[in-house]
Design a binder for this molecule. Structure first.
Ligand code: SF4
Length: 331
């Protein structure tokens, strides 16, 4: 019997982000704290457990969108098998990756049936890449983005824009949409444990549009009602760009997203401070549906119950943040 996961505010949840690993082969400053510790192998959901949980959300609760995230999902040896398993479900499947090793997995992913991929890239400057990711890799990531496009995948390029770090490259990324049918998404820098967030370091949605509008004329595109991104197109260009404005213009009113971490903890929001341990209950052979439904009923209206990310609220935000860093929540 199928039912919906509806919270106290009437939001129906149809989208699930599943983190399949908390490790990553990059160490991006806005995502992974310097002293990050990683889960042991037996703490991670197995391939079968991931499929069991995903199937429950899809078949019992009508979840129709699943995105596989990490850490970096492709560091997990069975990542392609997991993609193949989840593509058997009645869902639209996506994958978020840093594409550092995508050339090794692309054929398998496409063969498994993957159609769309989100690739993180924050700069076109190899030296700056090294500063942000704390290791080399720009050339490979850029080559793999082009390979994914050449292979006909629907590619979204996610850029986290940070003031004084890479905000001077917004136009360069927009110009990518002139050369390629790619969807560039500018993400406002968000607060997570250990990422040295400050409101003054946020290059805002308004500033991004201002910078783009100073050079290009662009049109607003229609957005999917539950989309995280506000989309635009520079006139007549094949690609599009969008902004994810969680800091200056959050979109929680239409949020339909839930998350499961690599160790099987359910989070009803990116900024949730409370989590529900599904995996331990599953391993004890218990029915986890009451846990899932209770987790959704507890969802806050806005930003996981955090104060708005306004300058005057900065200390409160940083004080109330979940202790879980971005790398173990997943994009
Ligand atoms: S902050 Fe939380 S509630 Fe708001 S859109 Fe993001 S995940 Fe949804």
């Amino acid at each position: 019997m199928s039912t919906t996961l509806t919270d106290r505010f009437g939001r129906i949840h149809r989208s699930l982000r599943i983190s399949i690993v908390d490790k990553c082969d990059l160490r991006c400053t806005y995502c992974m704290p310097e002293d990050q510790q990683f889960l042991k192998r037996d703490e991670l959901m197995t391939r079968e457990e991931i499929t069991t949980i995903a199937r429950l959300f899809a078949e019992r609760y009508g979840v129709n969108k699943i995105r596989i995230t990490g850490g970096e999902p492709l560091v997990r040896p069975d990542a392609v098998d997991i993609v193949r398993d989840l593509l058997q479900l009645p869902v639209k499947l996506g994958l978020t990756t840093n594409a550092l090793t995508l050339q090794k997995h692309l054929e398998g992913l496409i063969d498994a049936g993957l159609k769309s991929i989100n690739i993180s890239l924050d700069t076109f400057d190899a030296e700056r890449f090294k500063k942000i990711a704390r290791r080399d890799g720009f050339d490979r990531v850029w080559a793999n983005i082009r390979m994914a496009l050449d292979q006909g995948l629907r590619v979204k390029v996610n850029m986290v824009v940070m003031r004084g770090v890479n905000d001077d490259e917004v136009l360069r990324f927009v110009e990518l949409t002139c050369d390629h049918p790619v969807h560039v998404r500018f993400i406002e820098f968000m607060p997570f444990a250990g990422n040295h967030w400050g409101r003054e370091r946020v290059y805002t949605y308004g500033e991004m549009l201002g910078q783009i509008g100073s050079v290009h004329s662009f049109e607003k595109l229609d957005d999917d009602p539950h989309s995280t991104a506000k989309a635009y197109r520079v006139s007549d260009w094949p690609g599009t760009f969008a902004v994810i404005s969680t800091v200056t213009d959050p979109f929680c009113a239409t949020c339909d997203r839930l998350r499961v971490t690599a160790e099987g903890k359910m989070r009803n929001c990116l900024f949730a401070r409370d989590e529900t341990d599904l995996l331990s209950a599953l391993r004890r052979g218990e029915d986890i549906t009451p846990l899932i439904e209770a987790n959704v009923r507890a969802k806050h209206a806005l930003l996981g119950g955090l104060p708005p990310f306004k300058p005057e609220k900065q200390q409160e935000v940083l004080h109330d943040l979940s202790a879980r860093p971005m790398v173990s929540i997943g994009g």
